[in-house]
Design a protein around this ligand. Structure first.
Ligand code: NAD
Length: 250
């Protein structure tokens, strides 16, 4: 029960890594709220929690819309009284080769993956700072790590590098009361990666020294660590969870 009596809001938690994180947090004793664009996914997550005797509350919203984020935070505080943990997990990718990539792709990707994190963090920090405590975990990606871009997703890679930069700045601005860290997942089995060609997935598995893709639960466990009291003296850092994909070959 590493999150006993804590309250946590997880964005983009209608499926994938966010859903696994929400369920793990609830199992670890947290009172959990999830925020997503799509209510159907959130209903499934809440139903799964209920089957396990746990409760997860759904909040419909778009992380790119300041008014919606503010409304969700108000509803969250009304329901739970305080916010101890924010996991900024919502993210999108629009794969398209260089010459087909558009400015609109860039704008959409940066709006969710970067500005969405800023809006949610700013709204949550307004409650965390007066509490004099809080943990914010931002989700980057192996693609945000310096040597690891990928063809077709330059805007995604740039957005995920930006997450690491904004995390470090936020860690300074919200210190000493709020810890802000990044978890950077490697290739993970979710609906985001499901459409990739089998050959690409094989290469992802081959490239990882642990010879598999991550399960969403592998990433959720790292997020749990960063959100828990075990990470009380860690701020502004990146925890890479990639099965050794980023290790350099000799
Ligand atoms: P996913 O596509 O399965 O789930 C993302 C969720 O975010 C969806 O439920 C979606 O509805 C929600 N979402 C999208 N835009 C939103 C918005 N504007 N407001 C609110 N919710 C929104 O993705 P996933 O694979 O679970 O990835 C979760 C996070 O992990 C993302 O930030 C992603 O970039 C990152 N990541 C994933 C992988 C991977 O291999 N799957 C690898 C590295 C990083």
């Amino acid at each position: 029960m590493r999150l006993k009596d804590k309250t946590a809001l997880i964005t983009g938690a209608g499926r994938g890594i966010g859903a696994a994180t929400a369920l793990l947090f609830a199992e670890e004793g947290a009172r959990v709220g999830i925020l997503d664009l799509r209510p159907e996914g959130m209903d499934k997550v809440a139903a799964t929690a209920q089957q396990k005797g746990l409760a997860i509350k759904a909040f419909r919203g778009d992380v790119t819309q300041k008014d919606q984020v503010a409304r969700v935070l108000e509803e969250f505080i009304a329901a739970f009284g305080r916010i101890d943990i924010l996991v900024n997990n919502a993210g999108i990718v629009i794969p398209r080769p260089f010459f087909e990539k558009t400015a609109e792709d860039w704008e959409k990707t940066l709006a969710v993956n970067v500005i969405g994190i800023f809006l949610c963090a700013q709204a949550a920090a307004r409650y965390m700072l007066p509490q004099k405590s809080g943990k914010i975990v931002n989700i980057s990606s192996i693609r945000g790590i310096d040597h690891c871009g990928r063809e077709g997703v330059m805007d995604y890679s740039a957005s995920k590098t930006a997450v690491i930069g904004l995390t470090k700045t936020m860690a300074k601005e919200l210190a000493p009361y709020v810890n802000v860290n990044t978890v950077a997942p490697g290739h993970t089995k979710t609906e985001m990666t499901a459409p990739l060609p089998e050959e690409v997935k094989r290469n992802m598995i081959e490239g990882a020294y642990l010879k598999r893709m991550a399960e969403p639960e592998d990433i959720a466990k790292a997020i749990l660590f960063m959100a828990s009291n075990d990470a009380d003296f860690i701020t502004g850092q990146v925890l890479l969870v990639d099965g050794g994909f980023s290790l350099k070959r000799t």
